[in-house]
Design a protein around this ligand. Structure first.
Ligand code: 4AD
Ligand code: MG
Length: 477
């Protein structure tokens, strides 16, 4: 007898064959119908049991969450909702799940409750759908770059540099934190540390990716990044996955073209390959929306929203134009924003970004040419001397999904910037070498993978789109 996945049983023709399937019990109704799922698809296979044929002690173990091996004949289903079902001949229990203590029961659990059960939540419909979409998106990311001549580079996780200069790093050290060795000046002596210097978990693979772009031409990273920023929001994680392409000879316009084309490709790929999961997530959202006040409901169903983004051109607007729009706008009845943009040069708050994307343009927006002083040191200075060739992509319901730029390729301009910002140039000697030997225009961007998964699944909290979220005060599991 052949063993099949639930997906194979439901999607390919095995009618009237003897089949074996393994999985976990979703429900067991009327002493007769087991809905079994093995994670291969959102749908369950119905297993029909003639209970008189089975030992009572065995049947008692068939509870929600139990793992079973079921053998029988695949037949056309009499019931509604499924085409085929298994007429069960044999059942073996791999492991039971005591209904008194197994937390995932066939009823609606809140997302907050399930976060505390992160090791079991993937057995729910919602989380299995999200994680299959996440896996498909990862595959699409690699496929896009590999098809387009990019090389995948593995940049280090432990680094000695702060790529973003934001000081939001997790220290990596083997020193005794309570009693570290001290220098004569009384400071911690990092020469005594494992690497002989201060090291941190990477906040971005960009600087190292740049070195590879200046040899391999087109590269990308896709790996974990870490930020010790204390922002407890539904959009921030302390450990998140970032995709960072970097391309030699690309300017900012080419960088924007690449980002837009890439995002559209991965969304399209997911629309084509995760149909059932997206339909399930859409229905879940529709049910959730009904519990909200009218004004807070999303205007577009999930799949329509994904199609809209993959089919429409992103709006490109300079920071200066955006500030102008915000100044002239009347965002709500009180005709004001909570944070007023009173000065050119201020960073946009998320309410401004949301206004531009959701109210004004009603489509994804690429903002470019930001004020130099609110962006990182490596971005290329424009001829005006006050803006840099930066771009952020803002998405409806998400805010910033991409941050990128054309890099400063001129050694003298970069050195001036490093001095002005009091960055230790000795730490960046290798980065500066790129500007000394065969420097060229180049650019790249970083896309926060979990923000992309948030968008694709329509979920509202970033903690629900990564298997084991790390946030302040939370690294259980
Ligand atoms: O805008 P960021 O900080 O850009 C960089 O790190 C650049 N070095 C990228 C590059 O040019 N190669 O981060 C890039 C993206 C953001 O747009 C956001 O989507 C995501 O990373 N991101 C986070 N996602 C989840 N949690 C956090 N704490 C995040 N911080 C940034
Ligand atoms: Mg950013």
């Amino acid at each position: 007898m052949n063993t099949f996945s639930v997906k194979e049983l439901l999607s390919t023709n095995h009618l009237h064959q003897e089949v074996v399937v393994n999985g976990w019990v979703k429900t067991y109704r009327s002493n007769r119908f087991i809905a079994l799922n093995d994670g291969s698809t959102i749908n369950n296979i119905q297993c029909v049991v003639n209970f008189e044929d089975f030992d009572e002690n065995l049947l008692k173990q068939i509870n929600t969450g139990a793992a079973l091996k079921v053998s029988g004949t695949l037949v056309e289903s009499q019931g509604r909702g499924q085409k085929v079902e298994i007429q069960v001949k044999e059942i073996a229990v791999h492991g039971g799940a005591d209904p008194e203590v197994y937390p995932i029961q066939p009823k609606k659990h809140s997302l907050e409750f399930l976060r505390e059960k992160a090791h079991l939540r993937v057995r729910t419909n919602t989380f299995s759908a999200i994680m299959r979409v996440r896996s498909t998106l990862s595959f699409a990311v690699h496929q896009y770059f590999q098809k387009n001549g990019f090389f995948y580079v593995h940049t280090p996780i432990v680094t000695g540099s702060d790529a973003e200069g934001a000081g939001e790093m997790f220290r990596v050290s083997t020193l005794d934190a309570k009693n570290p060795p001290l220098t004569q000046e009384g400071e911690i002596d990092y020469k005594e540390d494992f690497f002989g210097k201060e090291t941190n978990l990477t906040v971005s693979g960009q600087l190292e990716a740049e070195t590879y772009a200046m040899g391999l031409g087109k590269v990308y990273t896709f790996g974990p990044t870490f930020r010790a920023e204390n922002s407890n929001t539904s959009r921030h994680l302390a450990e998140f996955w970032m995709i960072e392409p970097e391309v030699a000879f690309n300017d900012l316009d080419a960088n924007m073209d690449l980002a837009e084309d890439f995002i559209k490709y991965v969304i399209n790929y997911t629309l084509e390959n995760c149909k059932e999961d997206l339909e399930f997530l859409e229905q879940r959202l529709i049910a959730e929306e009904k519990t909200k006040p009218q004004a807070e409901r999303s205007a577009m169903p999930l799949i329509e929203k994904l199609k809209f983004v993959s089919e429409n051109t992103f709006k490109r607007v300079s920071y200066t134009e955006a500030i102008d729009i915000l100044r002239k706008s009347k965002p709500n009845k009180k005709k004001q924003f909570k944070y007023i943009i009173d000065e050119w040069g201020a960073d946009l708050q998320s309410e401004h970004e949301r206004y531009l994307v959701e109210k004004h343009f009603k489509c994804p927006v690429i903002l470019f040419d930001y004020p130099a002083k609110i962006k990182a040191f490596y971005m290329r200075l424009n001829e005006d001397g006050k803006t840099v060739r930066a771009m952020d992509i803002l998405f409806p319901g998400i805010g910033e999904i991409v941050g990128g730029s054309q890099r400063e390729e001129r050694l003298d301009v970069l050195m001036e910037k490093i001095k002005a910002l009091d960055i230790d140039e000795k730490e960046l000697w290798w980065y500066l070498d790129l500007r000394k030997f065969g420097t060229a225009v180049h650019s790249g961007f970083g896309l926060g993978f979990e923000r992309l998964v948030l968008f694709a699944t329509g979920m509202g909290n970033i903690r629900d789109v990564i298997p084991f979220p790390r946030t302040p005060q939370n690294a259980e599991f």
